[in-house]
Ligand binder design. Structure first.
Ligand SMILES: Nc1nc2c(c(=O)[nH]1)N(C=O)[C@@H](CNc1ccc(C(=O)N[C@@H](CCC(=O)O)C(=O)O)cc1)CN2
Ligand SMILES: Nc1ncnc2c1ncn2[C@@H]1O[C@H](COP(=O)(O)OP(=O)(O)OP(=O)(O)O)[C@@H](O)[C@H]1O
Length: 194
């Protein structure tokens, strides 16, 4: 019998392989289409009023939010990046002045003394490995985003929006009790509102 854990590991491997095999051209086109999709779908007040948005530095074939980031900077919206602290995430301002250090996974994090906790953000754009239409999210397996937002109610800030390539969609994810559901998933071609 295959346990949930085994099927999550197998899925994770396949989906990471799929996103890593996208060419640099496909990645850039996906990032451009993601920005168009974002602008079309999210002109609602929750986005327009957002002052602090967390995103991430693309790694391992993840869809890149860098064009969204430029757009937010044009709108004078402050952007934040996740910083690993123990088993959770805190968030550090990302600006043109940011100074960097690598975390244990080789991903850059801003060096700062001024961290925000998850609930001080308006929107968090989450990286993911796989997603389903119910807002299920499969991540890299560290449980960092799950722990950080474990006690968040869906009607409380921040709004959790997953960013993904279309090839990361699966019919149904083997969900675990600790998985924090996403409120929307944005791809280059779709928005799924949960
Ligand atoms: N871009 C990005 N930043 C992020 C995340 C993410 O998923 N994407 N995270 C989301 O939580 C946190 C980091 N979590 C991560 C967890 C595992 C690996 C990873 O590459 N694991 C290797 C094994 C490395 C090892 O064991 O030393 C692997 O599985 O190949 C990377 C990031 C915070 N920052
Ligand atoms: N709220 C929580 N409290 C304690 N442990 C947790 C919590 N959430 C997740 N975990 C632990 O984290 C481990 C990884 O979880 P999971 O496979 O769902 O990570 P993920 O969502 O893929 O990773 P990430 O959020 O870092 O991208 C699990 O084995 C689980 O035990």
């Amino acid at each position: 019998m295959t346990s949930h854990l085994d099927s999550r590991q197998t899925l994770r491997r396949q989906l990471r392989q799929a996103r890593r095999s996208l060419s640099p051209d496909q990645q850039l086109n996906a990032a451009k289409a993601l920005l168009s999709c974002f602008k079309e779908q999210f002109s609602n007040p929750q986005i327009v009023d957002a002052r602090r948005i967390a995103l991430y530095l693309a790694n391992d074939g993840e869809i890149s939010p860098h064009l969204l980031c430029e757009y937010f900077w044009q709108q004078n919206i402050q952007t934040y990046l996740p910083v690993i602290q123990g088993k959770q995430l805190t968030f550090a301002l990302y600006s043109t002045d940011t100074v960097w250090q690598e975390n244990v996974y080789g991903i850059n994090e801003p060096i700062t003394t001024n961290y925000l906790s998850g609930n001080e953000l308006d929107i968090v754009l989450l990286p993911l490995v796989g997603f389903d239409s119910e807002g299920g999210r499969l991540g890299m397996g560290g449980g960092f985003y799950d722990r950080t937002f474990a006690n968040k109610r869906t009607d409380e800030a921040p709004l959790l929006i997953g960013l993904a390539h279309d090839c990361q969609h699966v019919n149904s994810l083997p969900v675990e009790g600790w998985d924090v559901p996403l409120q929307a998933i944005l791809t280059p071609t779709h928005v799924i509102s949960v």
